[in-house]
Design a protein around this ligand. Sequence first.
Ligand SMILES: [Zn+2]
Length: 584
Amino acid sequence: MAFPPSFIDELIARNPIEDVVGQRVNLRRSGSNLFGLCPFHGEKTASFSVAPDKGIYYCFGCHKGGGAINFVMELEGLSYPDAVRNLAERCGMEVPEDEQYQSRYRQQERLWALHKEAARFFHSQLYAPVGKAALAYAIGRGMPKSVLIKFGIGYAPDSWDALIKALRSKGYTDEELKESGLVTVSQKSGNLFDRFRDRLMFPIIDIRGNIIGFGGRIMNNKDPNAAKYLNSPETLIFNKRKNLFGLNFAKKSKLGYLILVEGYMDAIALHQHGFDCAVASLGTSLTQEHAVLISRYVEQVVLIYDGDEAGQRATRRAIPILEKAGIQVKVLKMRDAKDPDEYLKKFGADKFRLLLEDSSNRVEYQLNAIKSKYDLREDDQKIRYVHESAELISTLPSSVQREVYGGRIAEAAGISTEAMQLEVKKAYKRRLERERKQQEKIDLAPVQSLQPKVRTVRYDNMKSAMAEEKILANALQDPSLMDQAKGLKGDRFSVELLGRVYDQLYTLYKNGLEVTLAAVADLTPEEMSHIAGVCQRQDGPVSETAFTDCVNTVLGISQAAMVSTDADLLAFRNKLRESKGTKS
Ligand SMILES: [Zn+2]
């Protein structure tokens, strides 16, 4: 994605990091930095920092960081060129024609248009003679015409090439058909076939309103091996880890929370009954990306998964993922029906609203899950029930919560509240002891704890790596220091990533461009976060001698230089401890 460096240079200059971040995060100044609540993870104390002079942001809690372009990429879920476009628009700059980007964007636009065309075709087939049975099925499932139109539901005929013919007649090439994922290619003959055959079709629409894929429910099950639901494969425009069915509608809901369900039918039934905040994950378990996406719109989610074991497992998995994104989770357990669709049909919206009001918070849900494991008529099982519940209660931050839930367990187990309180205290002590031991382990192996969080980056030569970090941080603060670097090149660095960044900074400097981290290209988000962390941790005055010492260390020139980096190592370790302390 080669935008001209001079264009990126101006783009960054015209989009100061504090303004770009400041539009989304409330920032308070503290020294040369600004602090606020991290938009990427839930927290109550500010560990998200912005350094205007360095042009970067960095979170000491979740370790995300980077420049203005990265911030927009992370927050809006955009690709690099799209984030550049977004910032260019923000400051009224024209994006230079970049062929690679233009062609990729044109390709995306073609695929969106192709999907729209496919949706039109499927929808028309639902009302054609071939779609008679499917239409009857949809209506039988309680979907009136208005709903079929609102969600763009259609029918893929039982044919090998009905869609292919329709799309070819609209001028789409075989290459484009293959890229859309709506066709499969025969390995033997190379011929194209419709992927979706004899299925009720649900368009998947992204938050910008583009159709990006389809889910299809099988109608007449002739093939016993055919999946009941089939989704589009991953394509240039469809990533199921980042999209939720129904979010294009739910994001406009005034209800103030989201209902997360398993299936399209459940989500549609909820919308139909006035719960316009329902979304469904697309045949995949909930991901961190989903949670971040959701947290942009609401602070509360009601989870409704099916009552079977698989559904319960999915619930247990989803709770911590959502909580990590700062979302408050409630869990609704289905009663007298297997899913929301069935429930609404049997009992109606008012009854469902009661169920929703009754949905328990995740503590209640987890306590109930523990309770269901034990037979409380047996003494030994009762003891294990109390023990396990006490473990969970001991993790609650508020003493009121601990007392209320402790009281309930005591009652269920038929023991005194005092005995229960004692159990919780013991569990609390056990947990502290476990945590202390873990911390001890970390302290005894400091080099391990200094390893970067990025999987692809390892510090093998810790002394050199610490010096390399300092060189980068100092060069960013005072680029002219690079003149003293004795021709240092990135390939002399022990850490490939740090060397790569150094070379780019040097090139910027030599070309008279602004030397900022934001202008460094071709880093993965993890790599960028790591570099931002390196720069934010190294705060303090820049000195020429310290810089030269570091260069010597990297070049292996003087043993004396090692002394100063030893002190650096110690200082860095202390900084790391401090930053851990500010984690929420
Ligand atoms: Zn964070």
